[in-house]
Design a protein. Structure first.
Length: 126
């Protein structure tokens, strides 16, 4: 089984009306703005009298929360910065870990080595 690959970098945030994280090849993710929750199809009865009633389908929502525009824009910018810096940060952590392991008297208990290994494990988790 082959490992899934993410969309090519760099990504950018379109925080105008589209609220989308984009790559040069198209949209990557939609940013939630406003109410969020589970949408589901429903039916309501409409009409002015019992002789005029019709069933009308619509989408209803169980709303769990709300994300204001300012927070949504900040979230999109944060995601884009993190994604675009990921490869450089992982490489820098690997280089720092290699250098520290060469200098550390006990590389398994050295605090900085442990912190770098933990950060790399999070960054490379699938």
């Amino acid at each position: 089984m082959s490992e899934a690959k993410h969309t090519h970098l760099p990504w950018s945030a379109c925080c105008g009306k589209c609220h989308t994280i984009m790559s040069e090849h198209g949209p990557v993710a939609k940013i939630t703005v406003g109410n969020w929750g589970d949408d589901y199809p429903s039916v309501r009865l409409v009409g002015d009298s019992s002789l005029d009633i019709k069933a009308e389908p619509y989408m209803a929502q169980i709303t769990y929360g709300h994300v204001d525009k300012e927070t949504a824009v900040a979230n999109a910018a944060f995601i884009v910065r993190a994604v675009n810096a990921h490869d450089d940060l992982v490489a820098a952590c690997r280089d720092a870990l290699d250098a520290l392991e060469g200098l550390a008297a006990n590389r398994d208990t050295n605090l900085w080595c442990r912190q770098l290994r933990a950060a790399l494990a999070k960054a490379e988790a699938s």
